[in-house]
Design a protein around this ligand. Structure first.
Ligand code: F6R
Length: 207
């Protein structure tokens, strides 16, 4: 499965940790591939996607899944993206993704087409700011590496997690607006097994 970070999945990860602790579930046999990663942040930076996933999910699990992080520390970004894409090429059963305020999925920022590949991307000013202001990054990252729309749409199943009233307008646009690169999340509607898991404030504007 592919897993995101950001603020949205926190409650889901906390619940998974509790369930794993009580024996109700286990991720011990799962293979996890990270959805995206910042380029240029030092190892263990609190905003790094790998650090966050470890902190919020993996470290709390009794039996750890096998985790494919993005190799930004030992490869140059283009090579790290290629290596990650190779892992994703084996196929993803379940892609869990969040929704950016600008409609991005992973770091597939606006402008990403339906076949956008796994690659190094320039982050939008908004995404850069979120890294420092909300996630506590030690510096503003200029770019990131993301699984492509192509790999996400090739997954067997996709779950889009959306939380909070601030996401209501962009969720409406993603689900009810035109399918276009201006809102990459709108491409998810092409998938036959897309499940949208939104809380009430986020879903409030849906028709
Ligand atoms: C994070 C990621 C991003 C976030 C999105 C929403 O790994 O891929 O696309 O899912 O920016 O972020 P939050 O959940 O913090 O609002």
């Amino acid at each position: 499965m592919c897993l995101p970070t950001g603020d949205t999945p926190g409650p889901v990860y906390r619940r998974l940790v509790r369930m794993a602790g009580s024996g109700a579930t286990s991720l011990g046999r799962a293979t996890v591939i990270l959805l995206d990663e910042y380029v240029g942040l030092p190892p263990a930076d609190p905003a790094r996607c790998d650090t966050r996933l470890d902190r919020e999910l993996i470290s709390g699990l009794h039996r750890s899944p096998s985790v494919h992080r993005i190799r930004v520390d030992d490869l140059d970004p283009v090579a790290a993206a290629a290596a990650h894409d190779l892992v994703a090429a084996a196929g993803i059963d379940l892609a869990v993704v969040g929704l950016g305020m600008n409609g991005h999925v992973g770091f597939n920022e606006p402008g990403s087409g339906v076949e956008a590949p796994t690659r190094v991307v320039t982050l939008t000013p908004g995404s850069r700011q979120v890294a420092t202001a909300r996630y506590g990054a030690s510096a503003e990252p200029l770019s990131g590496i993301t699984l492509g729309m192509d790999r996400l749409l090739a997954s067997r199943e996709i779950w889009l997690l959306v939380r909070g009233a601030t996401k209501a307008a962009i969720l409406k646009r993603a689900l009810e607006g035109p399918q276009s690169a201006e809102c990459p999340a709108s491409w998810l509607r092409r998938h036959p097994r897309l499940t949208v898991l939104a809380d009430e404030p986020a879903a409030a504007g849906l028709g």
